[in-house]
Design a protein around this ligand. Sequence first.
Ligand code: KG4
Ligand code: ZN
Length: 340
Amino acid sequence: MSKSITILGIESSCDDTAAAVIQDGRILSNVIANQKVHKQYGGVVPELASRAHQQNIVPVVNEAITNAAITKEDISAIAFTSGPGLLGSLLVGVSFAKAFALGRDIPLIDINHMQGHILAHFIKEKDGSCNMPDFPFLCLTVSGGHTQIIKITNHLEFELLGETIDDAAGEAFDKSAKILGLPYPGGPLIDKFAKEGNPKTFNFGKPKVSGLNFSFSGLKTSILYFIQKQVRANPNFIEQNKPNLCASIQHAIITILIEKIELAIKETGIKEVAIAGGVSANSGLRKALLSLEKKGCKTYMPPFAYCTDNAAMIAITGYYKYLAGEFCKQDITAQARLHI
Ligand code: KG4
Ligand code: ZN
């Protein structure tokens, strides 16, 4: 029997320090240390994030190896996020991975974070189960920093069809939540309150962006002006309308996303459609995506554990790059801006 391929994945692009082990495409462990320190500032503070990564990285990796019930000697290669992300945060993961690869004399694999989000669809559970899309498929990648429509022809070939020209969908959620006085990150809270609200209560208008590109900054401004006006007339407006406001905001963001993915389906003729990234955890978006099945599409959404930032997605991408022999050298550096 041939030897197993065991990949240790490291993710440190923003405010989560994560490590995971994937063996022959199957998940063995997936550990994430969230950084609570940013909450009081209403957003991620880059300097504090890199400091927390430095504290977390060794215990998180040790836990991932222990939970996987393997030893360091079993690891075939180490995969790490090289970008895009916060430079200081990325550097912690990059330095750790380089040192680990050097110490163990194993290959080093650099991973594009956004590619990782997409390949999360290929992580097999321990029992081998996985609902994988067929190639080619379209992926709506929606996170705190990106909103893209990508055509995927194989595990390692990606074509960007459209992207946001200003804010990302996750930013639209978080900034709207901030206007409502909700703490960071507000996306999951909008999702929670929206469940009890009516999405048709307030109408915030739609951006006019041609083709497969997105825009969310106009929506944010329209929400801000509307709320300011209402609060001037009634200081308790937000408190009295929170579920309806959240449902309406969520509905506006999802409508923008779904309209564009429908256009991409029409333009490419591809009916395999996936979502990925932090916002793919949104219950409204998941429901809206599922409704495309009525139009003859097959839809795919990652399990919740693989939607927001994690290292399993980095390890699975590392696995496919390992199979293709795509390794990097020790002179690799972190790149805050990195295109797919
Ligand atoms: O992929 P991710 O964890 O980090 C980045 O690569 O940016 O995405 C984080 C984003 C945040 O903007 C967060 O508010 C959003 O994903 N998010 C959600 C939900 N869960 C996370 N947005 C709406 N509904 C959710 N349930
Ligand atoms: Zn992400």
